[in-house]
Structures are given as C-alpha cells and as structure tokens.
Write a protein that binds this ligand. Sequence first.
Ligand code: SAM
Length: 292
Amino acid sequence: MGSLASPVVVKNIIEKYGFRFKKALGQNFLIDRNVVTNICKTADLKKSDLVVEIGPGIGTLTEQLAHYAGHVIAVELDKDLIGILEENLRAYGNVTIIQNDILKVNLDKVVGDFRKEHDLAEGPYKVVANLPYYITTPVLMYLMENNFNISEIVVMIQKEVAERIAAQPGSKDYGALSLAVRYYTEPALVMRVPRTVFIPKPEVDSAVIKLKRLSRPPVEVKDEELLFRIIRAAFGQRRKTLLNSLRGGLGCDKEVIKKALTQVGINPERRGETLTLQEFAALSNIFSNLLD
Ligand code: SAM
C-alpha cells in the first residue's frame, strides 16, 4: 500500500519538483492517512469498481483508490501535476490519468471507451474526490444533471456546503442546493474534517458527503426546468413570503400565484425555506397547468 499521505512525503514531493500551489485551482493536498482511508471506506470500494477521481493533485487519494478499486480514471486540470502524478503512481497498473477540466469531460464516454478497450462489462461507476472547493456546486450539478451512469459520489467539500446539502426544511442552511441534491440522490454527511489535514491549510473546515444516486427522482414532475425555476425563485429572496418571492422571481401575477398555492394547500404566507421537495413538486405541476 502506498504512503503519500504524510506531511513529510507531500512536502518532499513539492520541493523535489519545485511545484507551486495554485490557489485559483483550489489546490490543498491531503496529508492525513486516516482521512484518505476513511474516504475510501465510505465509497465501499471493491475490485469490481471503476472509480473516477476529480483533481488527483499529486496522487495521495488516487493511490489508495487504486489499492481498493479495480481501476481509477483520474481527471486533473493542472498540466504541472501530470508528470508528478505519472511518477508517483507508476507502481499502480490500474490508474489512467487524463489532463482536462472535469466540467468538459463526458464521463460516460470516457468510462465506456475504457471498458470497451479492456473488454470490461458496461455498468455504473463511482466518483470519489477531494474536490477543488471553488467549483464544488458546479461540479456536483454537472455530475447529477447530465444523468451520467454514476452509482454514488463520495466527496470531500467545504463543511458549510456539506451542511447545506444535508439540511432539512425549515433550517437556515436549507436551500436550492439541498433540494437539487435530493431530487437526484440520497445525501448523507459522513464526517467532518478539520483544516489541519491539508497542505497548504485552507481557510475553512471540510466534510465528506456521500450521495447515492436514485434510480428515479422521489417526486414526479411534468417539467423539471419549471420545478427548479420555482425553487430558485422561492429562495431568491429568503426573507419574503412565498407569495412575494414567487411573484418577483417568476414574474407572474399575484392572483395566479395565490391560486396555485391554494390549490396545493400551501399557505401563501409561508417562506420558501419551509417547503419540502414534495411540496415544490406539487406546486410546479399546478403551475405547469396554469401556465399552459
Ligand atoms: N486529490 C488531491 C488531494 O486530496 O491531495 C488534491 C485535491 S485539491 C483540493 C483539488 C485538485 O483539483 C487540485 O489538484 C486541482 O489542480 C484540481 N482541479 C482544480 N480544478 C479542476 C477542474 N476543473 N478539473 C479537474 N481538476 C481540477
């Protein structure tokens, strides 16, 4: 088993290659072996698993993923890290490194091509990462909205974002992200991680979340786009009542909104942050009839 996850080893590698951290790319590298092991355990990896890793850095998490999983496809944006990764992971025959922006990669195609080339059966794959925090939400939305064949996502992200994802209706952290994640997955906040396990030390604490992909959304809506438009409108102005925030956000007549809310039995004086996904879904189905 590899041993990149230590402060001394990471510092030596940084020095050896004269690597300079790029803050703009969210580069904070893990130095704690327990955290790396716990991330792998959370992903419940087997030799039959194919894992996509986003942002492998110098390969600290990658080597452990390679140890537990059948194959790892690691997508790293920073060209300066590719040579370092290749060198650090040379001993593992089951890692493919791709230099690209994750938001530009068609994961189903990359995984499909790899499996075809290696005569492997098609099927779902897992995504595991210590994400670059500056694009946490865009990356999660990209993975979920594209309907990639992912069975679960295990990622370390900023603690505050993890709390927003896991938040329940009525709490201050509950918002559009909590609802979007629940539409596609079953989320769980697995563990909180202090900032001291990274080099350089970030300004925020972290948490590991696990998102289990649902085979189908827990609610049935006629128009997904409308559902998310309503959700965004409801949280656009958190302090306003639902009636007023929807009026502003959707640009609809007050009477139309009142009628829709009354039809689904939602008090127009409630605030958006108290509505469940089921209530938003019912509302969007009524709206799609009214707006027809
Ligand atoms: N996995 C490593 C670790 O845990 O030590 C590094 C994690 S670091 C928080 C995030 C990594 O994502 C960096 O290596 C960074 O260069 C990479 N990255 C940033 N933006 C990216 C993007 N758009 N696509 C792919 N990788 C990206």
